[in-house]
Design a binder for this molecule. Structure first.
Ligand SMILES: Nc1ncnc2c1ncn2[C@@H]1O[C@H](COP(=O)(O)OP(=O)(O)OP(=O)(O)O)[C@@H](O)[C@H]1O
Ligand SMILES: [Mg+2]
Length: 501
């Protein structure tokens, strides 16, 4: 790609950008939220047309006018926002539009489609039946299905836009190994990630974008966390993590016998203090998100006994939770956290509409002030707060989803994978906001699959395995080894088992 430019109304997304990949090369594409990474890849994948510049494949200039053109050229694109069809099964998604047909009626050949899907699932080590509906799979598995689809297309170049953002350590390692294998077979990979450790591991070259322009590149031997950050943000970040402080008012929040419909025979109990950030670690499928949903009344068949400040709190619906100051920022923000067809202002003020209304009329100026505050605090990259959320970059959408709840002074804030897709600079700002909230007397429960984050941000970490808490680690015992051991269901000597059946 040479001299690529692209503008959107009010935004220069890309200005004269170059990017190349050799046969079998793994190129990392990095940059802050809104730097232009996804836009550049959408141009290569035929989703957007560039305003200027040239694309050459095997030295031949090509116009990629739509997704089919890209596919014809052997370019497969695994999107940041998943592109799967929820009500189709795994095999149906992999072969969407290319389903094997039976003669003479041209019906989809059910037997063959599942048989054909099998080798791709095996190659990814996916132990799910190919007739599972996508809506029944976690985001992590949905992502793996997209990768299986790219494999089945025999792609020569695979673009992966934050493929590991919802994968945990074991799955990430499997994907990284697969990328290396593909690269050995001559498949080129363009790899976008905010997890800089991964880039160090697999990329032979890292290309850095800043504000829609090339900011430089590093070869494998020169790639380091600090150098990448420096190029991305144009400065070094001195203090990345805010040191845990220890908590006050022990036992302020008590959850007993939390039961989710996913694990009806297990129950979870834990306490959290005011001023505390309590982490929840575990592998995908450990039941963390389900437990949290049961807690805030999102799981109708579930049950939980909650006490706050020594008072029993009845939570039957999400509305009950909100009225007690318990807020959840869910994992799947696109379907559960944001209304993407609304503006940033509307999204941020949505949960607290009443406090912006006077005699039943919403006070837009008041709303705007509140929204602008959050846009500034979280450094959302946008011309103004009237921008539709749909038009923000992935990481900036995530910031809005967070800002919406941070604006409301929650008593208990539950964050499910809060920094997924967020760039390194903004991450440290979000940690600071979380810590401030805790210090003002809030309780923060954070589910995270980012090991670094769990180790450095939390005061204590509860580790879950198959619907149970297998241990709660305090600062002194919070190590990667201990977390991993508890996550696979083994006990750790120093770990204190939490009360759970
Ligand atoms: N369809 C669109 N309409 C208007 N603006 C857009 C559109 N798509 C992207 N933009 C803008 O272009 C810029 C670059 O966005 P892009 O999605 O490429 O960033 P990114 O580097 O992928 O960021 P992230 O790490 O957050 O995913 C942003 O300012 C974004 O708001
Ligand atoms: Mg992006």
């Amino acid at each position: 790609m040479k001299g690529i430019s692209k503008g959107f109304p009010g935004v220069v997304a890309l200005n004269d950008v170059d990017l190349s990949a050799d046969v079998g090369e793994v190129v990392a594409l990095v940059g802050e939220n809104g730097a232009g990474k996804s836009t550049l890849m959408k141009i290569l994948g035929g989703v957007h047309q560039p305003d200027g510049g040239e694309i050459r494949v095997d030295g031949v200039a090509r116009r990629i006018q739509n997704v089919e053109d890209a596919m014809q050229l052997g370019i497969a694109f695994i999107h940041q926002e998943l592109n799967v069809v929820d009500n189709l099964d795994v095999a149906g998604n992999i072969f969407l539009g290319r389903e094997p047909r039976t003669k003479p009626f041209q019906l989809i050949d059910r037997k063959k489609i599942h048989a054909d899907a099998e080798p791709y699932l095996q190659r990814l080590g996916l132990d799910i039946p190919s007739d599972t509906k996508l809506e029944d799979l976690s985001v992590a598995y949905q992502q793996m299905v997209e990768i299986a689809k790219a494999l089945s297309l025999n792609a020569r170049l695979i673009i992966m836009d934050e493929p590991t953002s919802s994968l945990t350590i074991a799955e990430t390692n499997r994907l990284l190994a697969l990328i290396q294998e593909l690269s050995g077979q001559g498949v080129s990979i363009i790899y976008i990630s905010h997890r800089l450790g991964e880039i160090d591991e697999i990329a032979s070259r890292a290309v850095v974008l800043r504000d829609g322009e090339n900011a430089g590149e590093l070869l494998k031997e020169d790639i380091s966390h600090d150098r990448l950050v420096n190029m991305m943000v144009g400065r070094s970040i001195s203090q990345f993590y805010v040191e845990p402080k220890g908590s006050s008012k022990a036992g302020y929040f008590q959850a007993r016998d939390v039961r989710s419909s996913r694990y009806p025979h297990c129950s979870v109990s834990f306490d959290a203090s005011q001023g505390e950030i309590l982490g929840f670690a575990g592998l995908v499928g450990a039941g963390r998100s389900e437990m949290i949903k049961a807690l805030v009344g999102l799981d109708k068949t579930a049950g939980a006994k909650i006490q706050m400040n020594e008072e029993q709190v009845e939570i039957r619906t999400p509305r009950d939770a909100i009225s007690h100051g318990i807020y959840l920022v869910p994992e799947d923000r696109r379907s559960e956290g944001l209304v993407t067809e609304m503006s940033i202002r509307e999204n941020i003020t949505l949960p607290d509409m009443r406090s912006y209304a006077k005699a039943g009329i919403v006070q837009t100026t008041l709303e705007k002030t509140k929204a602008d505050e959050q846009v500034q605090a979280l450094k959302v990259k946008t011309p103004h707060s009237e921008t539709l959320v749909r038009n923000l970059s992935g990481g900036n959408q995530q910031k809005v989803a967070l800002g919406k709840w941070l604006a409301m002074q929650p008593k208990v804030l539950i964050l499910d994978e809060p920094t997924r897709g967020i760039d390194v600079g903004s991450k440290s700002e979000i940690y600071q906001i979380m810590r401030d909230l805790a210090e003002r007397g809030g309780v923060i429960l954070m589910i995270s699959s980012d090991m670094e984050e769990v180790l450095h941000v939390c005061d204590r970490v509860a580790v879950m395995h198959e619907g149970r808490i297998t241990g709660v680690l305090d600062q002194a015992n919070c190590t990667e080894t201990n977390i991993m051991q508890l996550a696979v269901g083994q006990s750790v000597e120093e770990a204190k088992p939490a009360s759970s059946e």
